[in-house]
Design a protein around this ligand. Structure first.
Ligand code: ADP
Ligand code: ASP
Ligand code: MG
Length: 407
């Protein structure tokens, strides 16, 4: 007898029929003699609807109240699933984040789980066949409702699996597993049977929203076996596991596009010691995370400094960057929203030379200009104009991954 944590995303619980199908799947697992903790997202589109409502009434609504508002989506879906299971004769109980003792910090709308007191879940499993936990939500030390950021139910599920020592954390979603590129954009993408935590972490950080980044961090930290699979079929999905187990050791495991980047250029920054620090210190103080950075060669004792930030941060740093520019004697700031970051990721990049060069050549062949580059041990990212996003994704995918022998 094992303990299965099964997470169902928005599309998987998007209608009464889908909720019935999920209940059947849980029942089948339970009939095999396993305990099940189900963790559910809000019904498809519900979180967006609630966010729109809040924003309609106040341009920048208070984060605490937004958490009370959006967490209601998961309250509804967990209750509906529990109602369905009980109707089928399975003793189920729904639990909200605070009841399951999912304790977070107090950073509303993007809280991090600090601890889960698994005794509550175990007690509930002692008296019920199935526990259905509302994903995405937790509670801070003062009892306020918090939420974990978009896609946060993945993180709820992995954290619950870690805290309760589950045998596996199954992530049921609307695709068959983790693909070499987003299958909804790249028709030749293929499903991976297995991927390492490290590669999955990079893919998630670089735009593959199939798993929330934080869920992969937690899975890696606590060694949780994560199985990403479809809620529409019984096909095996993708196992996310330690490097030693991830047998598909290819040079490039996947290609991603990230539309969340905005390019900021500070023009004619005086080329003197301390200037770069003078730019980035105030940004760090304002909690702005900076990603790619390029400093050009100086001409006439001045240089252009280009960096990328997220779209959310870009919306709030207009005044701050103008102030920094005037404090350091730069000539001005240009903010460019029409960019995307395209990346290739693979453990094999550690040991293969020339992978980045091949990426640049593939983009050049399509006439795509590269505006910035960043690399790490297992990824290379290029910033390009957004109009080339899909072309670049397909070109790189087909160049590196179209058939296994080409990698
Ligand atoms: P859920 O509602 O189940 O949490 P999400 O929409 O958050 O589902 O994540 C699944 C989506 O992730 C897929 O529909 C797909 O478009 C997208 N996706 C992006 N990159 C990948 C990838 N490399 N492999 C699989 N899916 C991906
Ligand atoms: N409902 C939340 C969202 O749409 C959390 C999740 O689905 O994982 O982001
Ligand atoms: Mg998701």
């Amino acid at each position: 007898m094992g303990l299965y944590v099964q997470k169902f995303g928005g599309t998987s619980v998007g209608s009464p029929d889908r909720i019935r199908a999920v209940a059947e799947r849980i029942a089948a697992t339970q009939r095999q003699g396993h305990h099940v903790i189900a963790v559910v997202s809000a019904m498809a589109g519900e979180t967006d609807r609630l966010l729109r409502l809040g924003r309609e009434l106040a341009g920048q609504p208070i984060d605490r109240e937004m958490d009370v508002l959006v967490s209601s989506g998961e309250q509804v879906s967990s209750a509906l699933l529990s109602i369905t299971l009980n109707h089928m004769g399975i003793q189920a109980r729904s639990m909200m984040g605070f009841q399951a003792r999912i304790l977070t910090d107090n950073v509303h709308t993007k809280a991090r789980i600090a601890r889960i007191d698994a005794d509550r879940l175990k007690e509930a499993l002692g008296t019920h066949d199935v526990v259905v936990v509302a994903g995405f939500q937790g509670t801070d030390a003062d009892g306020n409702i918090t939420t974990l950021g978009r896609g946060g139910t993945d993180t709820s599920a992995v954290a619950i699996a870690a805290a309760s020592n589950a045998d596996v954390c199954e992530i049921y979603t609307d695709v068959d597993g983790v693909y070499t590129a987003d299958p909804n954009i790249c028709p030749s993408a293929r499903k991976l049977d297995c991927i390492s935590y490290e590669e999955m972490l990079e893919l998630a950080s670089l735009g593959a929203k199939v798993l929330q980044i934080r869920s992969v961090e937690l899975a890696m930290k606590y060694g949780v076996r994560v199985h990403v699979r479809s809620s529409f079929s019984d096909a095996e999905g993708t196992m996310v596991t330690g490097e030693e187990e991830a047998l598909e050791s290819v040079v490039v495991a996947g290609v991603t596009t990230d539309r969340n980047a905005v390019k900021v250029t500070m023009r004619s920054v005086p080329d003197q010691p301390g200037m770069v620090a003078n730019v980035f210190e105030p940004l760090a103080e304002a909690n702005v995370s900076v990603d790619m950075i390029i400093q050009n060669i100086s001409k006439d004792q001045a240089t252009d400094l280009t960096f990328t930030v997220t779209r959310d941060d870009a919306d709030r740093i207009g005044d701050l960057t103008e102030r920094i520019a005037s404090d350091i004697g730069a000539s001005g700031v240009v903010i460019d929203n029409e960019v995307v970051k395209i990346s290739i990721v693979g453990l094999g990049m550690r040991s293969h030379a020339g992978v980045a060069a091949r990426m640049f050549r593939l983009l050049a062949t399509e006439g795509i200009n590269i505006e910035a580059i960043s690399t790490s041990e297992i990824k290379t990212s290029c910033l390009i104009h957004e109009k080339y996003a899909e072309l670049a994704l397909r070109t790189l995918h087909d160049g590196f991954l179209a058939n296994e022998s080409s990698v």
